[in-house]
Design a binder for this molecule. Structure first.
Ligand code: 5GP
Ligand code: MN
Length: 323
């Protein structure tokens, strides 16, 4: 296990001939952007590269260039010599690709989560980076990768989604500068905004209504939480993967410091998203439940026994006592 700087990671990546690049399950814009931009950069240098994600890609993101080229996990897939894992703080985040995290595979981790457990042979983790897309931009720049409109658009995607279109606390002068550079290279910010913000299935809205029905507050409104069940997703024919989420709406309530939202995706299994507004470090809670993330945005998988509502109530009370 080795922690290296950016220059060293560029030297290492430059000397690789073939590699799998793997993103996380339940992929978001940053994950997809990072897999593709690194893959395209390395391909243009004549390397053999394939991008993988062991999960369905959200339908809206499939409308962006090259996204359909990301491959899924397949049984019998050949072991790679090199594996670059992006945007994952722990190995469980790559689903079945975990089987390649072994001594005879060179595992390189590129990440921006403070909770990263350094599971690679080589780890580059910058918790101050807004996104892994920002790190990939710096790597590609140091490798003199030529950007066309498609690559610039894809690189900007991860930056926009992880900064919430430049409204979260990870929005820095540097990332605004990088975004400007990407726009100069032809990044289509309107297209990204359209795909992410103006492209909602009406079922998504109805699901938000259900989530509002389930909404509860604790600790004088400092904690807000809600959930949706698999049945809800089935009723409105929206895959859990394609739901916009509801946690940001809860955080946006004036009294709220911590927001929690759970989406059931399998029997007795839900993905829980946590957000905070000013001071509470939600990554500590996520870590306690086997997940991880950032201080203001984290998540974990919740396996519960009886009802999701009861399980959430228990967690909510615990957080509520800390507020
Ligand atoms: P979200 O709530 O949008 O799924 O995730 C928020 C943040 O927490 C993201 O940075 C994401 O990578 C991280 N995260 C979400 N779920 C998990 C999880 O189950 N394990 C870990 N380690 N991180 C997670
Ligand atoms: Mn990210």
């Amino acid at each position: 296990m080795k922690f290296v700087g950016l220059k060293k990671i560029v030297d290492i990546i430059k000397n690789i001939d073939n590699v799998y690049i793997v993103g996380h399950i339940m992929p978001d814009g940053d994950c997809i952007s990072s897999v593709l931009c690194l893959a395209e950069g390395l391909k243009s240098m004549g390397k053999k590269v394939q991008g993988f994600i062991d999960w369905e890609i959200p339908e809206n993101l499939k409308k962006l260039p090259l996204v359909n080229g990301i491959k899924k996990f397949k049984e019998g897939i050949i072991k790679p010599e090199n594996l670059i894992v992006v945007d994952c703080s722990s190995p469980d985040r790559i689903g079945r690709f975990q089987k390649f995290i072994r001594d005879d595979v060179n595992v390189i981790v590129l990440d921006h989560h403070a909770t990263n457990v350094y599971f690679g042979n080589i780890n580059y983790v910058d918790a101050n980076a807004s996104s892994v897309a920002e790190i990939v931009y710096e790597i590609n720049k140091m490798m003199n990768i030529k950007y066309d409109e498609k690559l610039a658009t894809l690189n900007l995607l991860g930056i926009l989604t992880d900064t919430g279109f430049f409204k979260y606390s990870n929005t820095t002068p540097l990332i605004l500068h990088i975004a400007a550079e990407l726009m100069k290279m032809g990044a289509d910010i309107q297209k990204i905004s359209f795909v992410i913000n103006e492209n909602r299935k009406v079922g998504n809205l109805y699901l938000q209504r259900e989530a509002i029905n389930n909404l509860k507050f604790l600790s004088r409104g400092k904690l807000g939480y809600s959930y949706l069940t698999k049945k809800d997703f089935e009723k409105y024919k929206i895959a859990e993967n394609d739901f916009d989420g509801f946690v940001s709406e809860i955080r946006a309530v004036d009294t709220v410091e911590v927001a929690m939202f759970a989406a059931q995706y399998e029997d007795k299994k839900a993905h829980v998203s946590l957000r905070s507004k000013r001071y509470f470090d939600v990554s500590k809670i996520a870590l306690e439940y086997g997940g991880g993330g950032h201080s203001k945005a984290s998540g974990f998988t919740l396996i519960y026994e009886k009802s999701l509502e009861d399980a959430l109530e228990g967690i909510a009370k615990k957080i509520g006592n800390l507020l």
